[in-house]
Write a protein that binds this ligand. Structure first.
Ligand code: DAH
Length: 342
């Protein structure tokens, strides 16, 4: 009778646990049999009502039953754990053959790339960088550069005036004056920065960038300028780029030159970029006018100077074959990405 009852109980524990589909439901079933209020626990508690003679064998049988039932649960628990682990593996499986996620990284603007290249090239030739203010006075922008109030050269630079005396600098040349006022020769500086002119078409922008260069020392001459710029264009364009000087006029240099380089596209043969001349103008330069040296407190009997000024946009457009300056200011990512290909 008791044997039958135990057998039934064992059978039920087996059946019920076989239906458990998670560790939680298995724990509930386990509690029903071997928990504090479970059936087998109740059997053990009922021992006191068993006649003394059969108590020992009853206890043994209940304990044996408990062990067998517990073993069923342990087996089921292992089975469920293995299944849960496998399900998790399936769910978390990663296809390592898929391409990885690419993180977008910013890059330098072409104007900054070229600006840095120019500064690097001149630094290797011993130049330091000095940045002047973008809003400057008539004195620094014009008068101290030998461009007096009624001078026609002012017309070349359609200047944005803030008032009669204060303006947005139309070139970086005031950097020369500010340097000479503050530094004793020998001087070898670059002055890069934004400049402003009321001009707007495919090759002019109301805001653009220039780099000014100034050398002041004993005995510097036009020959040094030629040597310096020859070296520079080789670093910026390529090794076999040549320079040529054409006479020009700037009030702050005497003599003044315009500097051409052999076309970087056709190497001097003639093409659309150089308008079939084989040459492209890249900058203005000259020997610093004695008046300019004197106005800034430099003894022009003892020292002489070289100056040059170049447009970063112009060099960038020549170097990369860009035909419209406006593309440099449109923030079109597709266009800008090309300059930072890794
Ligand atoms: N400031 C001139 C311009 O903006 C460029 C220039 C020409 C600068 C000759 C110089 C120079 O230093 O010597 O057009």
């Amino acid at each position: 009778m008791q044997e039958q009852q135990f057998e039934d109980l064992k059978k039920r524990a087996g059946e019920e646990s076989s239906k458990a589909d998670s560790l939680n439901s298995l724990n509930e079933i386990k509690a029903k049999f071997v928990g504090k209020n479970g059936e087998i626990t109740a059997l053990l508690k009922g021992m006191k009502d068993i006649p003394f003679e059969s108590r020992a064998s009853y206890g043994k049988n209940v304990n044996a039953l408990k062990e067998e039932v517990s073993a069923i649960f342990v087996k089921k628990e292992q089975e469920l754990k293995a299944r849960e682990r496998e399900d998790r593996f399936k769910k978390e499986a990663v296809d390592i053959t898929l391409p990885g996620k690419r993180f977008e990284v910013g890059g330098l603007h072409p104007l900054n790339i070229v600006r840095n290249k120019i500064i690097e090239a001149f630094s290797s030739l011993g130049f330091e960088v000095f940045e002047g203010p973008e809003i400057d006075s008539d004195y620094y922008c014009f008068q101290a550069l030998n461009i007096p109030k009624d001078h026609p050269a002012r017309d070349m630079q359609d200047t944005f005036y803030i008032n009669d005396n204060i303006l947005l600098r139309p070139h970086t040349s005031p950097g020369q004056v500010r340097t000479m006022e503050n530094k004793k020769p020998p001087i070898k500086i670059l002055s890069p920065g934004r400049v402003y002119r009321a001009d707007d078409d495919a090759s002019h922008s109301p805001m653009f960038h220039q780099i000014e260069g100034l050398v002041v020392d004993k005995g510097v001459s036009l020959c040094d300028l030629k040597g310096l710029l020859d070296e520079f264009v080789k670093l910026i364009f390529d090794e076999d780029t040549k320079t040529r000087f054409r006479p020009s006029y700037f009030p702050f240099t005497e003599p003044s030159v315009e500097v051409d380089v052999t076309c970087c596209k056709c190497h001097g043969k003639g093409c659309g970029l150089c308008k079939n001349t084989g040459w492209i103008e890249i900058l203005g330069a000259g020997v610093v006018n004695k008046k300019v040296l004197e106005m800034s407190g430099i003894d022009s009997e003892k020292y002489s100077g070289l100056a040059f000024g170049l447009g970063i946009e112009r060099i960038t457009m020549i170097k990369y074959g860009i035909s419209d300056i406006r593309t440099l200011f449109e923030s079109n990512v597709k266009f800008l990405e090309q300059f930072n290909r890794r």
